[in-house]
Design a protein around this ligand. Structure first.
Ligand code: OVV
Length: 402
């Protein structure tokens, strides 16, 4: 990695590997120490900055001019290292280029078209929860957290396919590729030769139904707002970011409720709390632990000169646990209304699919709250070491019907 020698100045230097698999599985202690050490900390092993306090996380994400995305939102600097795939034309790009693709995707996923998905999502959720209640004991990760998005999201995009698990594999590649060249990244990218061509095929117009988000993106191309190649890349963005994120959100929601039965009682007593309960899940067990930005000029944070062309690890999960900002951040409290949490980002790159993610979780948590009396852990859960996502490998539970 180039340009990783330490800049001059007085700041905390930390000899830790944030990508140690034990830390990736349970990053809370790492983040607590990161926040304690200072507003910005130098991570010597990789030669990047790390920030974990709410205030700095928020302001870095709010300033795309000085903290850019076009040099990649992972450890690797696209200016000096070749990306593993052609860069995303919405994630890995800055305004003004970003504005056109962002607008096109936002229009394709308009509030109206998102909300029209509610009845079908409700039907899928109710059928799935009834079936799981018949089963009683199962692993949340494959049987619920993966099963629900794998049904509703590809259908909404307009993918007409069977081997949908490839979408999970591809999501894992995309998110783990943002980390350093560790075992997690290597294992994920080992699937590339098999899965990438499959994904590229799925993004073609002729392989999409004519009533999904995919077709809506291609209509923007017909209107001259995008080229057809750009439309394909925006469909790829949906397939990159639309599955593993919500899978992780569902798993983390179930874990939170399995471990906080008092909060499950609150949701059961009033299922209309589902929406705000998911916001608290996003804060308390954020699906994405961190994304990077790169400095475009000599910038300073709290008196520390970061230098130009420097990578910054931005701890989204950490910001959501910062006691400088939140009262009792380590308490899972679905009545809290955690406005301003950083789980979906903020600013021009704030999650463009957030309405869909929120709808999926609201519908699913509502169906569960109406039907499920108790969610009991049935053995130990297992976290998965992820270079960007923090989600579960396994969550065995027993559900009892209401
Ligand atoms: C991992 C990720 C997040 C958001 C967007 C994309 C990927 C993309 O491919 O555009």
């Amino acid at each position: 990695m180039k340009n990783s020698s330490r800049p001059d100045g007085d700041y905390p230097v930390w000899d830790i590997d944030p990508y140690d698999e034990d830390i990736l599985r349970e990053p809370r202690d790492y983040f607590a120490t990161l926040r304690e050490l200072g507003p910005v900390v130098w991570i010597e092993k990789y030669g990047f900055w790390a920030i974990g306090r709410y205030e700095q996380v928020r302001s870095v994400f709010g300033d795309w001019k000085r903290f850019c995305s076009s040099r990649g939102v992972g450890v690797s600097d696209f200016k000096t290292e070749k990306p593993w795939r052609p860069p995303s034309i919405i994630l890995e790009v800055d305004p003004p280029d970003h504005s056109r693709t962002r607008n096109a995707l936002a229009r394709a996923m308009s509030p109206k078209s998102v909300l029209s998905l509610r009845p079908i999502m409700e039907q899928v959720a109710e059928t799935l929860v009834d079936r799981l209640l018949d089963t009683g004991s199962f692993d949340v990760v494959p049987d619920l957290a993966e099963a629900f998005p794998l049904k509703v999201f590809p259908d909404a995009v307009g993918l007409d396919v069977n081997n949908r698990h490839n979408l999970i594999t591809y999501g894992a590649m995309v998110f783990n590729a943002l980390g350093p060249d560790n075992r997690v990244r290597q294992k994920a990218l080992a699937n590339a030769t098999e899965v990438v061509p499959w994904i590229i095929e799925r993004c073609k117009r002729e392989n999409l139904t004519d009533n999904g988000f995919g077709a809506a993106i291609y209509r923007a191309a017909d209107e001259g707002k995008l080229t057809n190649d750009e439309a394909a890349l925006l469909v790829r963005s949906l397939l990159s970011a639309g599955i593993d994120t919500t899978v992780t959100g569902i798993g983390n929601a179930m874990l939170s409720f399995a471990h906080h039965p008092d909060q499950w009682e609150l949701l059961k007593a009033d299922p209309s709390l589902a929406k705000q309960a998911f916001e608290e899940v996003l804060r308390y067990e954020s699906p994405i632990h961190s994304f990077f930005r790169t400095t475009t000029e000599d910038v300073e944070i709290e008196g520390v000169d970061l230098g130009e062309g420097r990578k910054i690890s931005v701890g989204l999960h950490s910001a959501n646990l910062d006691p400088r900002h939140w009262v009792d951040p380590d308490t899972f409290d679905i009545l809290r209304k955690p406005t301003g949490h950083m789980a979906l980002g903020v600013g021009v790159h704030g999650c463009v699919g957030q309405m869909i993610a929120r709808l999926e979780l609201e519908v699913l948590l509502t169906a569960l709250a109406r039907r499920v009396k108790t969610i009991e852990p049935d053995g130990d859960h297992v976290w998965r070491a992820g270079n960007s996502l923090r989600g579960l490998d396994h969550l065995p539970v027993t559900l009892r019907a209401a």
